[in-house]
Design a protein around this ligand. Sequence first.
Ligand SMILES: [Zn+2]
Length: 417
Amino acid sequence: MPYTLLVRNCGQLLTLAGGPTHRPLTGPHMQDWPILADAYVACENDRIVAVGPMAELDETQVTTETQVLEAAGRVVMPGLVECHTHLVFGGNRAHEFQRKLQGESYLDILASGGGIQSTVRATRAAPDETLLANALHHLAGFQRYGVTTVEAKSGYGLDAETELRLVRIAREASRRQPVRVVPTCLGAHVPGPEYKGRPAEYLHMLVTEVLPQLSPAEVPFVDIFCEEGAFSVEQSRHYLAQAKELGFKLKIHAEQLHDLGGCRMAAELGAISIDHCDYLNPADAAQVAANGRTVAVLLPLVPLFLRQEVYAPGRQLLEAGVPVAVSTDFNPGSCPSKNLWLALSMACLKMGLTPKEALAAVTLNAAWALDLQAEVGSLEPGKRADLLVLDVADYQEIPYWLGENPVRDVVIGGIQQ
Ligand SMILES: [Zn+2]
């Protein structure tokens, strides 16, 4: 079959290929992946079928049917994988920005009925069409930044009906546009307002009324916020173990504001990812590294936006052998940004990642954090044809042009968007 799409004259082709297939990248593998000079990527329909130097291009497969995308010496790389967002919500929290600037902390605002509770009120009150339209607006924004796969957590309903509604809307949003959406149930974000002071009863409600209504084939992940004011390590362990029993894969928000031990606990349960990790201590990091599979998802725009000084110890985590991914944590409270390129730059500036490590963290390791490593995250034959042509000639420019969007072309499933 002739190629349906050929991306030619890639000045630098960031393949992210050739690493271990049984575990995410870590240690030296985070940056020893190859960059091909003067290269091409060929696709048949939604799959990549060949990658290599221009000199080895099989011209017999290039016909009048082939769409040719001329990269003209630019950088070409896999589509970005955004592995941690809270995509579906009502309203916004712009009014709290001022309070934050005047010195109120995330937990202060939460305690006064603001923060997540105000988004819960707005989300419950919003009709489905509004929530769907908001989600589609944000997905279009992600796509402009070159994000081709987005994880989307529920968690602003906090009652059975609305949590199920948010998951349905995330799935509907996936069907309505090209960016792949991977839904996660984060019903256990904080206890619902009707369960104030009764977190264990709230979790019991989720296990009996929400999780049984979801199919792990359609909603692969269950997540929980393990933090003061949310759920304890013991409550989180009990809940995640029950979710695992029901067939879900596990994620956790942990060590965001305090070192409670949630990351180690979740890694012991075989969590696919542990997210935030700002306060993860070296002993627990060594425990996480020992399981070889759990990805630490670092979210550097969150401490930036919350005006906090502590960032996850990315360099130490890598040196301890923990696989690392980077994401925005897009949400209305602690990171209203969809700019994963800015997160990548901040991971270099504040967490000690090198540009190549940060690029692996928003592509292949982010795919591992969604258990989609066989499908996306690198440019290799057999993988989905999700790729970007950037408006830079050298990968080192990517974190350097701080806050810019380097994307020139986005291809999703073999189709130029
Ligand atoms: Zn989050």
